[in-house]
Design a protein around this ligand. Structure first.
Ligand code: AHM
Ligand code: MG
Length: 325
């Protein structure tokens, strides 16, 4: 933070090298496009009931899930702000079956994968929801096509999430820093409130859907029972909000594979990869139970994955129990 009384804004932070002296090659514009979109989404979410914009669109997405009207509104907003940034070559989105290829001629463009509004079941009931973004740099000289989006999480250059909660918080992770910003409604800007985020050493919470216990295999039941015996449970049901709490307070999120969801529930490219990147940069870890999330070579844009996310030592312990240890 700079002079007393002035909090560094997100714009200042990204313009001065993203906390680590990065070159200005358009990543700042991509991040500001996400921030601008999130301010619009936050307003729409707050006004949704008054504008009769809650509820479902009547359509389902490629994964067969009902699209909420606010899912659609948020997707449209971010596609617009990212496309207009001039630095995004392609967008992959939970609500859109095929990638949005923007290129033409974005020379040093970025590829952005997003869940524009995470926590669908909480939209209509005034519970925290959010947006999640993984950011990859286009390969030099690459002519972007559908396969260009299938990059491992390890190659992300940055990840961002926003929580629309009792305050609106944006967390940006790069290879050099994880920093949290809060939206100041007076100025309309994000300002640094959580510099240099590191997940606390002590794990306080576990977040899992306990209703799934009966469909877990035996080793996974044992791993969850261990969590239950040691930690307090907190489960919002919006991944982004559960993760944010656990990142700041110390905690573990678990949505393992089960009998009904052999590939897990959450999506690799725009949920597990970005939050796995944030977790690792903050000293935590992310695993499927069998493999590091960021090592997965993706096969499909909308593929699912089991996800164990949070304090590194606890992730390792769960992985060991799931594997019969
Ligand atoms: P969404 O992207 O359609 O909102 O779905 C993902 C959400 C996550 O935010 C959350 O962790 C999970 O689904 C909750 O699932 P469940 O209701 O099965 O506990
Ligand atoms: Mg989601």
């Amino acid at each position: 933070m700079s002079a007393v009384g002035h909090r560094t804004t997100l714009q200042e932070y990204v313009s001065s090298g993203l906390g680590g002296g990065a070159q200005d090659d358009g990543l700042d514009a991509v991040i500001m496009a996400i921030a601008d979109g999130s301010i619009q989404v936050q307003r729409q979410v707050q006004q949704a009931a008054l504008a009769d914009a809650l509820g479902a669109t009547g359509e389902t997405n490629v994964q067969g899930e009902i699209i909420q009207r606010m899912d659609q509104v948020s997707s449209d907003i971010f596609v617009e702000t990212l496309s207009s940034s001039g630095h995004v070559a392609a967008i992959g989105c939970e609500e859109i079956e095929k990638p949005v290829i923007i290129e033409g001629e974005v020379a040093d463009g970025y590829i952005v994968l997003m869940d524009p509004l995470d926590g669908s079941s909480n939209i209509d009931v005034a519970v925290s929801i959010g947006s999640i973004f993984g950011i990859w740099k286009k390969r030099p000289g690459e002519k972007v096509n559908e396969d260009s989006l299938l990059r491992p999480g390890d190659e992300q250059v940055a990840a961002v999430y926003v929580v629309y909660g009792s305050s609106t918080v944006l967390v940006l992770a790069t290879k050099t820093d994880v920093c949290g910003f809060t939206l100041d409604f007076r100025s309309g800007e994000f300002a640094v409130t959580h510099p240099n985020i590191k997940i606390p050493k002590e794990c306080l919470y576990y977040s899992t859907n306990e209703g799934n216990h009966k469909v877990l295999d035996e080793p996974t039941q044992k791993a969850v029972a261990n969590l239950r015996n040691k930690y307090s449970q907190r489960y919002v049901g919006s991944l982004v909000a559960d993760f944010h709490r656990n990142l700041l307070k110390g905690g573990i999120f678990a949505y393992p594979a089960d009998r009904n969801r052999k590939d897990g529930r959450l999506r690799l490219m725009y949920e597990a990869n970005p939050l796995g990147f944030v977790a690792e940069q903050a000293g935590g870890a992310a695993s499927t139970g069998y493999q590091r999330i960021l090592d997965i070579i993706p096969e499909q844009l909308h593929q699912r994955t089991p996800l164990i996310l949070g304090n590194k030592d606890v992730v390792e312990e769960i992985v060991s129990v799931i594997n019969g240890g």
